[in-house]
Ligand binder design. Structure first.
Ligand code: ADP
Ligand code: MG
Length: 728
């Protein structure tokens, strides 16, 4: 009997839901462990408070004296909450989050000690950066990197540590993390969008990008997950035959949340409340043991931080409930994978959602302006947007008939399609009074202020307008939202900047009125960006052919998709918008290629290992049992044994065939890995892993999974799909 598997199952059967005490009303818990506006007011001097608020609102610098005051207040607050350590919390280019803990406690001589934390420690720290990926930046420039406080995302206490959100940059200023470029992109989109919003309302002084993510994940019992080396090491099952019953009946989606999971979710939500993460919805997802969690949307930088924090919190709380969380985009072949829809919009400091239709023609023209510019931005940069969600794990999902395809397109629904069609007919240059009235009354004026219920939800579109926001659905569940958010906001910033220039040009040079100029430019954008709009079934083969005709990219693999990150166009875009330098862009590209290569390499090793050390020996043992049996039959029946041992002989042969296939495929894969490892160019190496190594995975798996069906269940060493997915 296979011990680990059956022990794990036994352990799982005996589990009870972990009791979670409700700790008072959630509204009271909310933000308890966050150094938010309320706690800042309470703990800070007026001046310090004002300087932080100015930094948040206008990006002004906090001087050193103020930083000391802010640090003192932050420390007092943290200690009052039981914190003993502080940490600069940041998001390196690979992995989720990183932190280095330091105690507040310092000795002050004479055998005494006190709690210390000054402005210096708040504003800047020097983590041992050498182990974080930097794509050659630190080698080329300076050996050291430092973390610097980001006052726009509030500090929080996790456990007994005060966590201070920071950017991570090299001494020469290059970003070594996901946050620094995001902040620059958000600033760029703020500037560009504010200028455009001023056409409609002079009082707008700031525009925030908003993000509401929807996190999908799998929860697997800890003992079962740990019984599988592939799940432990790669975060997904590399082998395993599909169970007889999967998600066909949709019974998980519509069923009630299992009680152990419910108790996990409650625990998680309470922690989220304390950390100020406004989680709101929870439910089962399509696949068995798959779930989703979504918050109320927030300013994008904060929302990205909260998602990174959440993923960490989810993992830790899962452990307490004897679960393992899988964030992998495709942990189990044959059933649905996980994504992280990024709902995105722009919102003014006057409280207007720029992607929400309004109640007057003018408000609707504002809506249409931002709406059409967003479509144009996606049109002009579809390949870059695709690159923003590329990863080895997300490659399993995109284009796999359950998630959006690798082709980027925009879905807007019938009503808005009609509106855009009509706007396409707007006259060139000055508009007659009749045309203006007609536009106001019958086109722009006819957009209902609540489109939400009317936008049909095309679930197959990677970038869909859903009433008052766009939903970028191609983002992977494991991803740091910072990457897609940086790219999306950068392309929007560029687009709005160009738009403003064109409109101003028509006003100045052609003497057009503002609204005439806007209509004229929008008309051209609608025409120019038509090919990105697609309302049909994104999963169909017909769309792939159609998209090719339209000249849209269809980059199915990460090494292919990432090329857009370093195109001339991308680099000049980043430089123009002040988001990243040439060096930063190339560093990132290299890191992402390396990450891709490493993850395929690791998976290749695991699959070879399991196939050779687990599957083949088990198959041989079972085959020996069969051989024993045939021998016995031969003793009893003599020459006539073949008649009674036919099935067994057939099985023996089948097992031999599978074993030899596995062996030769594993050998061939290892040969390809050796060849790939000799390559020195990161792109070529990633290509080799993608095109030469990876194809063996499915072939090896095929034979292993066949053996799973042939070999005695009692001796099969790997916990089976049905056990992983249906035991709770
Ligand atoms: P669903 O798509 O599940 O039907 P909703 O329309 O309520 O549901 O929104 C889904 C997600 O979109 C939520 O996480 C929500 O926070 C987010 N969202 C709603 N409005 C905005 C906005 N203006 N900007 C960014 N995200 C938003
Ligand atoms: Mg959604």
């Amino acid at each position: 009997m296979s011990t680990i598997r059956f022990k794990a199952l036994q352990e799982t059967f005996n589990r009870k839901p972990v009791v979670v005490e409700e700790a008072g009303r959630r509204s009271e818990l909310f933000g308890q462990n966050v150094f938010n506006e309320a706690s800042m007011r309470q703990f800070m001097t007026k001046d310090a408070f004002k300087s932080v608020m100015d930094a948040i609102q206008y990006g002004t610098k906090i001087d050193r004296k103020m930083a000391d005051q802010v640090a003192a207040a932050m420390k007092d607050w943290a200690i009052s909450k039981g914190a003993t350590h502080y940490s600069h919390w940041f998001q390196p280019l690979t992995g989720s989050t990183a932190e280095k803990h330091d105690a507040f406690f310092e000795t002050i001589g004479g055998g005494m000690a006190m709690e210390k934390f000054g402005g210096g420690q708040l504003v800047q720290q020097e983590p041992d950066a050498s182990s974080f990926p930097n794509g050659g930046i630190r080698n080329t420039f300076e050996a050291r990197g430092y973390t610097a406080w980001d006052p726009t995302s509030p500090a929080f206490i996790y456990g007994t540590t005060l966590c201070i959100p920071t950017v991570f940059v090299s001494y020469t200023g290059e970003a070594l993390d996901n946050k620094a470029p995001l902040l620059r992109a958000l600033q760029a989109v703020d500037h560009a969008a504010t200028e455009v919003a001023k056409y409609f309302d002079k009082n707008v002084t700031k525009v925030n990008a908003t993000l509401g993510w929807e996190q999908e994940y799998f929860l697997i019992d800890k003992a079962l997950a740990f019984s599988r080396p592939d799940i432990v090491l790669a975060g997904r099952a590399l082998l395993g035959h599909s169970p007889a019953k999967g998600q066909q009946l949709d019974d998980h989606y519509f069923g009630s949340i299992p009680s152990r999971v419910m108790s996990y979710m409650r625990d998680l939500e309470l922690e989220c409340m304390r950390l100020g993460i406004p989680v709101k919805t929870r439910h089962n997802e399509v696949a068995p043991n798959q779930f989703e969690l979504a918050p109320i949307f927030e300013e994008a930088n904060l929302a990205v931080d909260q998602n990174s924090l959440l993923m960490d919190v989810m993992t830790k709380i899962a452990d307490r409930h004897n679960f393992v969380v899988l964030f992998h985009e495709k942990p189990f072949a044959g059933i649905n994978g996980s994504g992280k829809h990024n709902n995105w919009s722009l919102s003014t400091d006057t409280g207007v959602n720029l992607l929400a239709p309004g109640s007057t023609p003018m408000k609707n023209l504002q809506f249409l302006t931002f709406f059409i510019n967003a479509i144009k931005a996606v049109h002009d940069n579809e390949e870059l947007l695709r690159a923003s969600v590329a990863s080895a794990s997300n490659d399993h999902r995109l284009g796999a008939n359950e998630a959006p395809p690798a082709i980027i397109s925009v879905f807007i629904g019938d009503q808005l399609t009609k509106v855009l069609d009509e706007l396409e007919g707007v006259s060139n240059g000055k508009l007659s009074p009749e045309e203006k009235t007609e536009l106001k009354l019958n086109v722009v004026g006819k957009i209902p202020d609540v489109l939400l219920d009317n936008t049909d939800r095309n679930r197959t579109s990677p970038f869909a307008f859903t009433g008052n926001k766009f939903e970028f659905r191609a983002v992977g569940s494991k991803a740091n939202c910072g990457k897609p958010m940086t790219i999306l906001n950068t392309i929007m910033a560029k687009q709005l900047k160009d738009f403003k220039k064109e409109v101003d040009g028509l006003i100045d040079k052609k003497g057009l009125k503002k609204d005439e100029a806007i209509f004229n430019v929008l008309r051209e954008y609608i025409k120019a960006s038509k090919k990105i709009r697609f309302e049909g079934d994104g999963y169909s083969d017909a769309w792939e052919k159609e998209a090719e005709k339209r000249g849209l990219s269809n980059n199915k693999t990460t090494p292919q998709a990432l090329k857009a990150l370093i195109s001339k166009k991308t680099i000049s875009l980043y430089e123009e918008m002040g988001v990243m330098s040439n060096v930063e862009v190339h560093a990132r590209h290299e890191i992402e290629l390396e990450e891709y290569t490493k993850s395929i390499q690791i998976e290749g090793r695991i699959i070879g290992d399991i196939a050779r050390n687990h599957v083949i020996p088990t198959a041989i043992k079972y085959q020996n049992t069969l051989i024993e049996n045939v021998r016995g039959l031969k003793e009893i029946y003599g020459a006539a044994f073949k008649k009674v041992a036919g099935e067994q002989l057939d099985l023996i042969e089948q097992i031999s065939n599978h074993i030899s296939e596995i062996n030769s495929k594993v050998n061939a894969m290892i040969e390809e890995r050796k060849k790939a490892n000799k390559l020195t160019d990161a792109q070529k190496m990633a290509d080799a892993y993608c095109d030469k190594v990876k194809p063996y995975f499915d072939q090896i798996r095929y034979h292993c999974d066949k053996l799973e069906l042939l070999v005695d269940d009692d001796s099969w060493p790997l916990t089976k799909y049905r056990e992983l997915l249906f035991t709770r």
